[in-house]
Ligand binder design. Sequence first.
Ligand code: RP5
Length: 177
Amino acid sequence: MKDRKSCKGQRQAHAPVVAIALGSESDMPIMREAAKALEELQIPYELHIISAHRSPQRAAELAEEAAARGIKVIIAGAGGAAHLAGAIAARTVLPVIGVPIKTQELEGLDSLLSTLQMPKGVPVATVAINGARNAALLAAQMLALSDPGLAEELRNMRRRMEKEIEEKSRQLDLMEE
Ligand code: RP5
């Protein structure tokens, strides 16, 4: 694969372990959230604009070459007849996480169903419409199975979320007093 963009995070010296594919540049505002989450966790990633129907050969190459390059998880975001994640999953046994991108025409229900409803035999783990951050966190949880440090970072992230909720609830209590 050429023209891929790599993580600018602190573990840049390490080879990417997550590949993010987006069906179009127009998916970037959503898929950027996946990249941001990986950067927060210092997980090296690579980013590709690849369309299952406009550039099918590149999609096939990404899927077939990813494992040999050290990629462990692929995240694919696409909208409309969103077959990118499924087309990639068909060509690799790496876990593939699909992000259905919201569309103007059908509010993303088209993307959701075409990413989610894979016939049996070739799974795509599908997150919510525009759920790019969760896709990255799920990828991180997969990687954390063999990386105790990353597992601890994920637990810390959950603790911070819990504290934020508690703090917001406290502020609400103060306003009501
Ligand atoms: C899909 O078509 C892309 O994933 C994008 O969500 C949608 C629209 O693409 P553009 O027409 O904006 O390039 O392939």
